[in-house]
Design a protein around this ligand. Structure first.
Ligand code: SAM
Length: 261
């Protein structure tokens, strides 16, 4: 049922989606040209994709109790590393976009909800070696593999936290001044997503950027995305189908864009 909803939503998205030609906001127009449609091959892409390839060949299994909404592809607690690399990690196209966003906007602190094997965390961290990346993962066995992956890629600016978002996020938020950049990529339930959003919103400012993964994963996620977009603090929202991005820029007229990606 969820897969059918996804296909139907994708069809509607394709009908509405536009590229630079349909965008009149200078901020979004430049963002599309400089970041979203930037097809330059950064050298770190190859480095991280080599790691992804190794993980995709790894048949060893790990056992996890999913603290979130689970997976569309397996209900089993025991899954291979290969399975996690294939179904949990953001595909290169999206992970590389997040890298370019970090590289372009240079936030000082980044929070990622849902580390999994650390593939997207690696892209985030390489976007700016001076940024501090705090990433949370609830499954200990997976979090341990992510830690090994950070070592392999010589990543030193990531603070991996093993625990439940529900308790770890509030603890992190007491220690940071602003939520500069947050990637919400775990627990795809409406209530949980909105709860994490409102917590992070407390510390957002006009330069903050929040990215939500899988905004059409289910009707619940679509509802959550609609509520987030409507929030009065949110000025620009970009719907890339597999990902939604919001900005809080004060000088901007509130506008929602459906972008072909
Ligand atoms: C989609 S994966 C993250 C993928 C990763 N960001 C990437 O692109 O490589 C989501 C992860 O969030 C974790 N997760 C889900 N709900 C959680 C919760 N409430 N607390 C902690 N971790 C959770 C799951 O164990 C899973 O590994």
């Amino acid at each position: 049922m969820k897969k059918l909803f996804l296909v139907y939503s994708y069809f509607l998205y394709r009908l509405r989606a536009t590229n630079t030609h349909g965008v009149h906001s200078p901020f979004v127009f430049n963002l599309l040209n400089d970041v979203i449609y930037n097809d330059k091959e950064y050298y770190i892409y190859n480095e991280i994709e080599t790691l992804r390839k190794q993980l995709l060949e790894n048949e060893n299994t790990v056992e996890c109790i999913d603290l979130g909404a689970g997976s569309l592809n397996s209900q089993s607690r025991k899954r291979s590393i290969k399975h996690h690399a294939l179904f949990s990690a953001k595909p290169p196209k999206y992970a590389q976009l997040i890298f370019r966003m970090v590289n372009h906007f240079q936030p000082s602190v980044i929070i990622e909800l849902g580390t999994s094997l650390g593939i997207t965390t690696a892209y985030i961290s390489k976007g700016n070696s001076k940024v501090k990346v705090i990433t949370i993962e609830g499954c200990k066995e997976i979090a341990d593999i992510a830690r090994q992956n950070f070592k392999q890629l010589e990543i030193n600016n990531v603070e991996p936290i093993t625990g439940n978002f529900d308790s770890e996020l509030p603890a992190i938020l007491t220690k940071i001044k602003n939520t500069d950049f947050v990637f919400f990529d775990g627990n795809h339930r409406k209530e949980a997503t909105l709860n994490y959003f409102y917590q992070c919103l407390e510390k957002a400012n006009e330069h903050s950027i929040f990215i939500f993964d899988d905004i059409y994963w289910s009707l619940e996620m679509k509802d959550a995305w609609n509520e987030i977009k409507k929030n009065k603090e949110v000025t620009v929202s970009l719907d890339l189908f597999y990902m939604g991005i919001i900005f809080f820029r004060k000088e901007q007229v509130k506008q929602d864009f459906v972008i072909r990606f």
